[in-house]
Design a protein around this ligand. Structure first.
Ligand code: 1YM
Length: 347
């Protein structure tokens, strides 16, 4: 074979591989549309709201990596949602394996988000943690805008299908960077397509408490204009103050500690109030773990031991007196245990 022919065959092979990959992409997102519940839990209100958390989680990961301190969420008149962050922007360069811009890979290939840029603590990839491509698959349309290198890049998808190649639609300051995603949940998929401001408010407030220093703004652009900003420099310490707001604290100071070992970041905040109820919330990578786990058991054991050791050492507990039980110590306790692990195992 002469050189030209070899090149031609190679080119055709490349093309057919590329097409095969394209087909896989479409099949991947079709699977999501066929069984949405498998990816987002439900197609009723919880699933609808879950779409927002999936997109916001990518912005939170970016903030945890040290890029961008503010996230804006807006509900529009038609119940479409915009999420804006000021991180590095989803990369726009051509993905070496897929041959399309990385941002398009992130939005059109299932589970792609979690596979790149390993390392670092990620809140995405948790319970559902399915990423932006699932949101895209379940949206009538989705538009992404990335600001980086002085350009504004844009791409639109309809029911997960790319409408045009990534294009530059404008310019921005050389130092400006970030990602903006707007999507309209698909009425063919969801039984409920009206967003509830308070549902988003509660979850975004919790997220802000768990990520100290991060500012999250939620705006309602529908009939009844509303706006809420969540920004807690004290993080979970302020979360405990908030939870204890309608109780009488037994002491003024909210106990707080943080530490890191073996790739696990641990934060604890607590304060007793004059009630009898135990109010302990635990989180792994910003996801509530109501069933507890070793992080919660470890905390409870350490608390019981520390109180008893202190009591004995300072003769508050006489030698012939029995130790305080864990339940006694946790009476009226409000606490937050928040851990961040690099590779969480949810069971
Ligand atoms: C409004 C939604 O998705 N922000 C966002 C996403 C990414 C990055 C920055 C990012 C991550 C990394 C490097 C990395 C994502 N990138 C990817 C992937 N906001 C939103 N902001 N550069 C930029 O993790 O290494 C997935 S998400 F895969 F392309 F790296």
């Amino acid at each position: 074979m002469i050189k030209e022919e070899i090149f031609k065959v190679a080119e055709q092979q490349n093309k057919s591989e590329y097409n095969a990959e394209q087909i896989q992409i479409l099949e991947g997102l079709e699977a999501v549309r066929k069984r949405p519940g498998m990816y987002i839990g439900s197609t009723s209100a919880p699933g609808l709201h879950h779409l927002v958390y999936e997109i916001v989680d990518n912005s939170i990961d970016e903030a945890l990596a040290g890029y961008g301190k503010e996230i804006n969420v807006k509900i529009h008149e038609d119940n479409s949602i915009t999420v804006i962050d000021h991180g590095r922007g989803i990369p726009v360069d051509i993905h070496p394996k897929q041959g399309i811009p990385t941002v398009e890979v992130v939005l059109t290939i299932l589970h792609a988000g979690g596979k790149f840029g390993g390392g670092g603590y990620k809140v995405s990839g948790g319970l559902h943690g399915v990423g932006a491509s699932v949101v895209n698959a379940l949206s009538e349309w989705l538009e992404v805008e990335v600001r980086t290198g002085g350009h504004v890049y844009k791409q639109r998808y309809e029911r997960g299908k790319t409408m045009y190649p990534l294009k530059i639609v404008g310019s921005c300051g050389a130092e400006e960077h970030g990602t903006r995603v707007t999507f309209l949940p698909d009425k063919e998929i969801f039984e409920e397509t009206v967003y509830d401001f308070d549902t988003l408010k509660i979850r975004l407030r919790e997220t802000a408490f768990l990520t100290k220093g991060l500012k999250i703004t939620l705006r309602d652009g529908r009939e009844e204009k509303k706006e809420k900003t969540f920004h807690y420099e004290g993080g979970i310490r302020e979360f405990v103050e908030y939870l204890n707001r309608s109780n009488v604290p037994l002491y003024e100071h909210v106990f707080y500690c943080e530490g890191q070992r073996d790739g696990v970041l641990v934060e604890v905040a607590m304060q007793h109030n004059d009630s009898y109820t135990e109010n302990i919330y635990s989180f792994v990578n910003n996801i509530n773990t109501p069933e507890g786990g070793t992080h919660l058991t470890g905390f409870k054991n350490a608390l019981t031991k520390t109180f008893n050791d202190y009591g004995r050492k300072n003769k508050l507990l006489k030698e012939n007196e029995p130790a305080l039980s864990g339940e006694d110590i946790r009476e009226g306790l409000t606490a937050i245990i928040s851990i961040k692990v690099e590779d969480p195992q949810f069971e």
